[in-house]
Design a binder for this molecule. Structure first.
Ligand code: ATR
Length: 284
């Protein structure tokens, strides 16, 4: 048995991702990479937690000395409700993906998805201030993307969703007149001024349907981003590449959203590198 398996007390710093299910989560793999890279005596676990046990589990982990937890589907709303205090992004998006346990027992709720969305685009050289974006979708991921674009100073955000009413509800809750809701058939005839097209729906994911878009109207400098990362090159990104447009894949957002969480749990600033990408991809 390795030393790891014989450990009987918790290491210095422990954090986890809570999901139901959680086996598919890449978070243990990516936090594990940084823990090793940084030489930190810490552990990051994937813990399957059923919805009805979420509150008990979180308080139990806090009581047991965990530093915090990431939360994924289906717990992001429950985490928002449970947190004693939430940051601006979590409030605007309506979801918490990172719980930070304070020494005084308070639980802070943060949302790092908007940060991850924008950090990924910026690393790819996208400047959100230079022109309008078109966001496809109106779910939690769309809320993170729209919030990030608003904070980053994007001058106009076109929003389109299969269920138009949900798009209007998102725009209304964000209360910013830079958001313009368009009918879903705009994907067949896109505004010609957009500099960023972003898919936040699950369409394009292996086993799901495919987005029906016509990219021919896009300017040749437009960038196309897909939040889906299985496959890494979605049909949307392939179509964009074939049109000669530069693309940004969705794995980067997952990696970047973990950076502030790692800092909160383990106290170090870490980077999203090619080495990290290769490690995380190697585990799939
Ligand atoms: P998440 O929190 O990951 O964003 P979600 O809240 O379930 O997930 O949102 C899913 C998004 O994908 C929604 O915008 C949804 O559109 P509807 O509001 O019309 O449901 C979109 N979506 C899912 N399946 C779709 C499909 N087959 N065609 C078009 N949009 C789809």
């Amino acid at each position: 048995m390795s030393d790891d398996h014989m450990r009987t007390t918790v290491p210095e710093a422990v954090a986890a991702v809570l999901g139901w299910p959680v086996a598919h989560s890449l978070s243990p793999r990516l936090h594990g990479f940084w823990l090793r890279e940084q030489g930190i005596a810490g552990t990051y676990l994937g813990l399957p937690v059923a919805p009805e046990s979420f509150g008990v589990a979180v308080r139990g982990l806090a009581a047991a000395g965990f530093r915090g937890a990431n939360v994924t589907v289906p717990h992001k709303l429950a985490a928002l409700r449970l947190a004693d205090e939430v940051d601006d992004a979590a409030r605007a998006i309506g979801a918490v993906n990172t719980l930070v346990f304070q020494p005084d027992g308070r639980i802070l709720g943060r949302n790092t998805d908007a940060y991850g969305f924008m950090a990924n685009l910026r690393q790819a050289g996208v400047d959100p201030q230079v022109g309008p974006a078109l966001v496809i979708g109106a779910g939690g991921a769309a809320r993170a993307a729209v919030h990030a674009l608003l904070v980053a100073g994007c001058p106009r955000i076109y929003l389109t969703n299969r269920t138009e009413a949900t798009g209007y509800a998102l725009a209304e809750s964000m209360a910013d007149d830079r958001i313009i809701v368009l009918p879903f058939n705009c994907l067949k005839n896109m505004p010609d001024d957009i500099v960023l097209l972003g898919n936040t729906t699950s369409l394009g994911m292996a086993g799901k349907g495919v987005l029906d878009v016509d990219l021919s109207g896009l300017s040749e400098t437009a960038r196309v981003h897909d939040i889906v990362y299985v496959p890494l090159e979605t049909p949307l990104l392939r179509a964009a590449r074939q049109r000669g447009l530069r693309t940004v894949d969705g794995l980067g957002m997952l990696l970047h959203q973990a950076v502030p969480a790692f800092r909160a749990f383990f106290g170090r600033d870490v980077a999203v590198t090619d080495g990290l990408r290769a490690h995380v991809l190697g585990g799939k």
